[in-house]
Design a binder for this molecule. Sequence first.
Ligand code: CA
Length: 224
Amino acid sequence: MLKILVCEDETAIRRFIKINLERQGFDVIDVETGEDALEAFNEQKPDIALLDIMLPGMNGLEVAKKIRDKDSNVGIIMLTAKSQDVDKILGLENGADDYLTKPFNPTELILRIKSLARRVESKDVPDILEDDVYKLDHNTRQFFKRGQYIELTPTEFALMDLFMRNPHKAFSRDELLDIIWGKDFIGDSKIIDVNIRRIRSKLEDDPSNPEYINTVWGLGYRYR
Ligand code: CA
């Protein structure tokens, strides 16, 4: 059973999330502050963290960064108010996989959690993809560049998996959203660009002049 950590200071929203996730059979740990979220994370090792950004004390973005520093495999979804910019929510720094804009309905919440759960659980596929630079190992859920281990988030890992299975294929942003985030994703396609930027900063020799993860102008991205 997937374990989900929910950090939200507003009691009504926290309960709403907890009830809906438990109904789907998820194991839910709910906390009110960022400090409690970190403690619960260390003790209970959740598979996915759902973090509100606006919290008293440490904010959700700081919590996400601290969690990501400890564990590259955990899935992170941010809860945000409408006005916040996607670039800020999913910045290079904090390593979040997705975000949900308030107010959201239970269906939207469940779809996003399930989509991320698929990425988090992809380690169960016994498979190794390898080319002359990169190696992606599903058995251990590890990624290597010229033999050197590189930490990727579940979303970055899923994107590289797709790219390495389809070298030279140009993917549109919509296709990438459908495949990685799911057909029901409601949000900004900038989420793709932010993730690509993160991947390039980790994997390219010169991230500002990418050699492997290329932009296809007016469309999307292509590997090689
Ligand atoms: Ca809040």
